[in-house]
Design a protein around this ligand. Sequence first.
Ligand code: AHG
Ligand code: MN
Ligand code: MN
Length: 336
Amino acid sequence: MSFTDKVVTIERHIIEEEQAHPGATGQLSAILRELTLAIKIIYREVSKAGLVNILGLVGRENIHGEQVKKLDAFSDEKIFQAMDHGGHLCVMASEEHEDIIPIPPQYATGKYVLLFDPLDGSSNIDVNAPIGTIFSVYRRMTPSGPGMLEDCLQPGYKQVVAGYVVYGSSTMLVYTTGDGVHGFTLDPSIGEFLLSHENIRIPSKGKTFSINEGNSVNWTDGMRRYIEHVKKDDKASGRPYTGRYIGSMIADIHRTLLTGGIFMYPADRKSPNGKLRLLYEANPMSFIVEQAGGRASNGVTRILDIKPTALHERTPLFVGSDEDVRICEEFLAGKR
Ligand code: AHG
Ligand code: MN
Ligand code: MN
């Protein structure tokens, strides 16, 4: 990663990425531009979330006569409204909807599929901790017309774009088109995402582990022994790993991407498939971390190789620095 001295907006960056691919039709760029607009609208709402009680808007109508919505429903709706009429998508699916979301019949359909988690870490809203939005784009499988379930159930290695936004002390958008990972920081005074982290690379080994230890009574032996391992003095640093868990996957993985280490949401006795969702959370974050030189698995298999069978399928997730994730896998397999 290097800090750049050029001033590059995300719009400019997307155009330049597109020009590097001679056959590009501009549709992916349009999708990213439309998403960026939705994200700015969500950012505006997130940044005033703490004022909602003071302004007395919850459960009442606002000045426009609209019911004030919970932030995840609001974000879900804004992404849909920004994306439904561009003519580039054939179908969408969101963590907030049980079924696939069709493109309204009055609009044209295109060759791409959009999957998203409109608001990740939503339990953190009330305590002013970082939350985020995650998106993932695929090429459609069906030939034409309205998209179907099978367009959404593709393995993660087929993603053509993945990205996330962290609404934190500053708001950052990080994305990949399969050609490196780039980060942009929102300058709210001009409403533009500016390139701040060009070509992010995750360290091959870190010093931090991130897991909800409250679930440890239900962990497998391998999981328990790996956590004991990271709490012993590390050969490289002479100190145990540091524990960090925000409880917002987006923020925990963002930190892991920039500084290295491992984020885990394992399977356990109570949740045999873990908690996180393959399509909206694990796949896009895994694509990004792999593109930055890291590793992502369900403990046994590469996340991006899993063939999904249901929209809301869950998966255990181990993601981060290549060496840390490999060692964790060895413990899980009982090899250490
Ligand atoms: P979401 O807000 O989209 O439902 O996701 C919440 C997820 C994820 O962000 C986080 O890592 C995890 O839930 C935290 O779960 P625990 O509270 O079980 O640790
Ligand atoms: Mn989520
Ligand atoms: Mn969510």
